[in-house]
Design a protein around this ligand. Structure first.
Ligand SMILES: CC(C)(COP(=O)(O)OP(=O)(O)OC[C@H]1O[C@@H](n2cnc3c(N)ncnc32)[C@H](O)[C@@H]1OP(=O)(O)O)[C@@H](O)C(=O)NCCC(=O)NCCS
Length: 174
């Protein structure tokens, strides 16, 4: 049985294990360093903050096993709380291609709508992921070349929740 619930401290180890399987998206350093913005930092920060208007993190469980994760964080520039960044999406390799990533994105978009979010943005490192998010209604804003200094690009993507029409919402939800 599938279930989505808020992150708990005991989940962190399992989420990190899933992400370790995707070194292109989540390098060892990005996952485990203690610096601000690393995955470990994000998860601890969200747990400590406990404020849905600031940030939130959700795990997807299949028969009580964690198989996916997604989070949002308030944009540091705030924009009166209307802009949030999607973070740390990952679906366990064994469970990919079953619509679970899409399910988590739709879930978090609905949570963000409840708190009157207008814009969601995120960055990703792969062209495949750009296509993936485009299918879900995100638009490519820019390619940030040589982001980490290793020749690879990061792609910044954005979705306007406020102006998504009922029709397009229906399309993306199916
Ligand atoms: C990206 C990721 C979350 C997708 O999760 P998933 O559960 O496998 O994807 P879904 O099954 O929800 O796919 C939904 C749709 O996207 C399509 N899709 C899946 N992967 C895709 C890809 N790499 N490129 C283009 N489309 C893709 C599916 O065909 C499906 O389309 P449909 O609705 O028309 O059938 C998952 O592959 C993952 O965890 N990757 C590694 C970590 C990562 O890259 N995270 C994102 C960092 S920003």
């Amino acid at each position: 049985m599938l279930k989505i619930r808020k992150l708990q401290k005991k989940d962190i180890k399992e989420i990190i294990k899933i992400m370790t399987g995707f070194p292109d998206a989540y390098s060892k350093d990005y996952i485990s360093s203690t610096r601000r913005g690393s995955i470990k930092w994000i998860l601890s920060y969200i747990l400590s903050c406990d404020d849905i208007f600031n940030s939130e993190s959700f795990v997807l469980l299949s028969n009580d096993k964690i198989i996916g994760h997604i989070a949002y964080m308030k944009d540091i520039r705030s924009f009166e709380g209307k802009v949030y960044e999607l973070r740390a999406l990952a679906i366990d390799k064994e469970f990919q291609g079953k619509g679970y990533g899409k399910r988590l994105i739709k879930y978090i978009e609905n949570e963000l709508r409840k708190i009157k979010t207008e814009i969601i943005w995120m960055q990703t490192g792969g062209k495949d992921e750009v296509l993936y998010y485009e299918k879900l209604g995100y638009k490519l804003l820019c390619e940030w070349e040589n982001y980490w200094g290793d020749g690879k690009s990061r792609y910044v993507m954005l979705k306007n929740l406020k102006y998504a029409t009922a029709k397009s919402r229906q399309k993306f939800n199916n």
